[in-house]
Design a protein around this ligand. Structure first.
Ligand SMILES: Cc1cc2nc3c(=O)[nH]c(=O)nc-3n(C[C@H](O)[C@H](O)[C@H](O)COP(=O)(O)OP(=O)(O)OC[C@H]3O[C@@H](n4cnc5c(N)ncnc54)[C@H](O)[C@@H]3O)c2cc1C
Length: 450
């Protein structure tokens, strides 16, 4: 077997009969290094039938705007080209009720096996459930995102990195393996073509919320790999020293690519292991593997991943004790969105988010914690932070975002600290703390965007 069976969830199994295999591409928008696509090809080979790839494009996808769609569509164009080169037809279905059109497609084309890629977020779980209701098909879900499959490494919501880390480390050697190559499909299986009218799709963009697309980062598999190699060469050797310095560009910039699936974390890890010195590489892999896979674990096993109800018991108890605490500053969502608070550092972070579409990781913690400090309730803070993060971040609407915000505002995966007003025992961050850690003025200067 090419693809490890522990990556696969068998949702539904029907008696084998003649028909197509469809890989329903969703989270993993790439052709190389994609376990779900490889598994679908394996199924097609075993059944001696054709493999097609289908993507359902939802014009009014929750919290997505022009910025996200621009990156997505440019990436999908490259996916289409790469699949055609492999004789694999690519189908784009466009509808706000994606599973309805997908079901129709399955019926119209005699699809017998559907392979979905894994995504722990609520609406994606609902899509999986809808497919499970379709009669007469076999439905597999393949975790092509996590190096150690999320459902396999743990069967519960983990308390923190300290409980997930040993489980991942134990299994990593078995899963961190080289990918087989996707083969070209025999031409006889590629007879159908589904021309995509990209102009029409691009025209759809104009009907979406106007948040300007990002130009400093190019979408797609090739661009992701080029960015990775640039990182390995120039920033990885100083990752420990620099990645927590928001005034320096010391991070990999991999998160938008990982979010859209333009690169696999497994490919990143393999390349990094080949190239880098031990300490820096271990620090990076801790983020890429342990922290990222912890976020998937959080969203998969905690149905309230974007709600206060999803916080740990100690934090929820503490929230009640501090509900009435006096807030010296209070800001509305519009004021926060406009970045016009009394705090020049926070405003700079908000500008970075708006203009770059990606805030530095260290600043994200400070940014979210200040929203907690400056709003009337923790519920409001959580709602505002998620709204702004998802609206502007190219890597937003991602388990990492929900986990990161829940960590900052609700103590998820963290421990209780000394109690203080408003925050209770949630870890606090201050302007003066930032000033002692990095060059605050340089960061503000870098993010003026006049
Ligand atoms: C309030 C808040 C909101 C966040 N929102 C998002 C978001 O919307 N999308 C997102 O991808 N990340 C989010 N993060 C996590 C983290 O800040 C980003 O993943 C990281 O800054 C991305 O930049 P990079 O790829 O250049 O990072 P690098 O430092 O180069 O890290 C490499 C990879 O490791 C993973 N990683 C790094 N830090 C974390 C972390 N703390 N948690 C989980 N995975 C991590 C990411 O996949 C990242 O791409 C958030 C964190 C916080 C505190």
């Amino acid at each position: 077997m090419i693809v490890d069976s522990r990556r696969i969830i068998v949702h539904k199994s029907s008696k084998p009969h003649e028909g197509l295999i469809v890989y329903r591409m969703s989270r993993e928008q790439r052709v190389q290094d994609n376990w779900a696509l490889l598994f679908a090809q394996q199924q097609a080979d075993e059944r001696e039938t054709a493999l097609w790839v289908v993507f359902t494009l939802v014009p009014h996808y929750p919290n997505a705007n022009q910025r996200h769609f621009d990156f997505l569509i440019k990436g999908l164009k490259q996916v289409e080209k790469a699949l055609i080169e492999k004789n694999i037809p690519f189908v784009l279905l466009i509808d706000d009720q994606p599973m309805k059109v997908f079901e129709q497609f399955i019926k119209d084309h005699g699809v017998t096996v559907v392979v979905s890629d894994f995504d722990p977020l609520r609406h994606k779980r609902q899509w999986i459930e809808s497919i499970n209701q379709i009669d007469g098909i076999t439905h597999y879900e393949v975790d092509a995102h996590n190096i150690v499959p999320c459902h396999f490494v743990s069967q519960k919501a983990e308390f923190g990195a300290y409980t997930l880390r040993p489980k991942i480390k134990r299994m990593l050697p078995e899963f961190l393996t080289e990918f087989p190559k996707l083969r070209s499909q025999e031409p006889k299986h590629a007879i159908a073509t589904f021309p995509i009218n990209w102009d029409e799709i691009e025209a759809l963009l104009s009907s979406l919320e106007c948040i300007s697309p990002i130009t400093w980062l190019q979408p797609g598999e090739e661009a992701a790999k080029a960015m990775l190699h640039q990182f390995i060469e120039s920033k990885m050797p100083v990752y420990i020293a620099q990645h927590n310095h928001p005034e320096i560009d010391g991070q990999s910039q991999m998160s938008p690519y990982l979010h859209f699936g333009h690169i696999s974390a497994q490919r990143i890890a393999l390349e990094v292991l080949n190239e880098s010195a031990y300490e820096d590489r271990e620090a990076f892999l801790e983020e890429l593997i342990v922290r990222k896979e912890l976020a998937d674990n959080f969203c998969f096993y905690n149905a309230f991943y974007d709600q206060v109800n999803g916080f740990p018991a100690w934090a929820k108890k503490d929230i009640e004790l501090h509900r009435q605490d006096v807030r010296t500053y209070l800001y509305t969502l519009d004021e926060l969105d406009a970045g016009i608070t009394h705090d020049v550092l926070w405003n700079a972070a908000q500008r970075e988010l708006i203009h770059k579409g990606k805030m530095h990781g260290y600043m994200r913690m400070y940014w979210a914690k200040k929203i907690l400090e400056w709003t009337l309730s923790v519920e409001t803070a959580l709602q505002y932070a998620i709204y702004l993060n998802d609206k502007y971040s190219l890597d937003g609407r991602d388990p990492n975002g929900y986990a990161g915000i829940a960590w900052s505002i609700g103590g998820v995966h963290d421990r209780a600290w000394f109690s203080r007003p408003i925050f209770g025992k949630i870890r606090y961050m201050s302007y003066s703390g930032c000033k002692s850690k990095f060059d605050v003025n340089r960061y503000i200067q870098n993010n003026t965007f006049e």
